[in-house]
Design a binder for this molecule. Sequence first.
Ligand code: ZN
Length: 662
Amino acid sequence: MLDIQFGADYYPEHWPEDRWETDAKLMREMGLGVVRMAEFAWTRLEPREGEFHFDWLRRAINLLGKYGVKTVLGTPTPTPPAWIVENHPDVLAVNSRGMRVSFGGRHHNCQSSRVYRSHAVRLLEAFTKEFRDNPHVIGWQTDNELGNSHDDLCHCPSCRTAFQDWLRDRYGTVEELNRRWGTVFWSQEYDSFRQVPTPAWNVTAHSPSLLLDWKRFHSDLVCGFQQFQIDIIRKNCPSHIITHNFMGFFDLLDYYKLAEPLDFVSHDQYPTGFFDNPQPGKTPSALASSLDLMRGLKNKTFWIMEQQSGPTGWTILGRTPEPGQLSLWTAQSVARGADCVVFFRWRTCAVGTEQYWHGILPHSGRPGRRYGELKETISRLKPVMGEFRGALSGAEGAILYDYEQNWSLEIQPHHPELDYIKQVQVYYDAFHARNVPLDFISGDRDFSPYKLIIAPLIYLMTPELEDKFASYVKGGGRLVLTMRTGVKNNDNVCLTERELPGRSGDLLGLEITDYDCLRDINRAVSWAEATGLSAEKWCDIITLRGAESLAEISDGWYRGNPVVTVNGAGKGKACYVGTEPNGALALKLADYLIGEAGLEPLARQADGLEVIRRRGAERDYYFVLNHGPEEKGFTPPAGWEPLSRENGAVPPYGFRLFTLRR
Ligand SMILES: [Zn+2]
């Protein structure tokens, strides 16, 4: 990883050139070492087809370089210029009702369009060759927030043909597709791939199998849209890094696949939410989980490419971060694995859609409260960040997070409020409250480093995954499977060979012969003396086949039904949770699992403080974060040494940093 800790997103094209040097000086004084530039600057780089204007950008890069600020360049493919659209209107995307989107905004292009890609190739070939030897340019960001394209995926003729070709690659013959999708239902059997529609607007819902493949196809399409750009950059700039700015739990793409060809992941972290979603702020746990997911995509530390640096807003504004909050959120990003934090944006822009998406500097360009606060934060964090660069958390527990489970449950959520990501969050929140770190892992990862794996809603099941779960448990692991495990195969078709949850029933020691979608009702749950426990949205009606019941439903016609169970298998244990637990039930379960798996909380008496670790080669680094408006006392455990002179209580929206020699 590079020896750069902080930066800003910079748009020199928005400001007069005689201002640039003032910006460069202020950046250096603040401690910034990198800018990201040009990811939306196509018309300034190529105002007419084949006419390249790189001089202005070279002057900006070199001027910043003189002040010690390196550059990451963005490929400007999210903003096709009007001159391309004028000549080739078919590069514009088409929604599911057949309406073509208008030019304007960004991401209005279809990502399968050969015409659009040929324009992008011409620009990127010239752009990458122009800057490959510039000593101040260190790397590239592909596009911007890929997948953040359309409310509706593109249904144009090019995408429809690409979808049909994708299906041919997957199924080989149309007969095989008919068999696996079960197109006999409602006479949807096809004679050729060319008959298969995109899931465009129709009278009722499309086939669940078609809908899931459409999501897979679209994800692969966008990954391919990134890959041709990566191929050009790798060829022309072999010494440069390549990254992309991801968006936490955004779910239109399989982020594991998008991350795979990159050197590292970058993330856009906006704690007060987005332009259309003004809110009092995401919970500290929700912020933490986004960062942990970003670390999990490659099991590697990452960059923040856009860290909130002021109020956010397009038409509606979010809350203004209180004094300390920008600093606190920056520390949280670093604590959970960011090796470099780039603030969005340097200066609040005066023009365009994002006039109120505030930067470090206000519209006036004069350093104010936000500049001062972040400068001070940088001076605290920067000197120590090199010591734990590349260091992970050392989590011994993990949540299996899977995009296809999410997609299949988006297609059929069962309960109107069932949401895969929210259910994952219920489990994550409970461990976050206990300061027990978790990783996010894909089903492809090696399970053996973990003492505990929680795998919520493994709705699509394969024999390979069933076997992997079984051998993990028999080898000594603790596994949690939940409601709706093993319902369907990968074609989104229900499994019929056994009662639910299929072969995993042997591992779990139970069988599910009935279930209840908890519409407009929750069920009370009893587990020893604990109070306030409830089952929400769904309840499996479980017959024990060797498992022990830990908690039961305590009202209604299936009162006494086991709802949390445990079964020993080999050296390990497998738990089942036949519902979506409410917060209290999830916390009770987390306490049980922490004891059962022998997980160690990072700090036991933390009084609501968030405690996070980065595990260096010889020393551990502990961050203690106070997300509240009141000062909180904290007594560091034995051996923890404060990394700075600051000591004692953690101030409101403040943080403390400790180290422990191992
Ligand atoms: Zn299209």
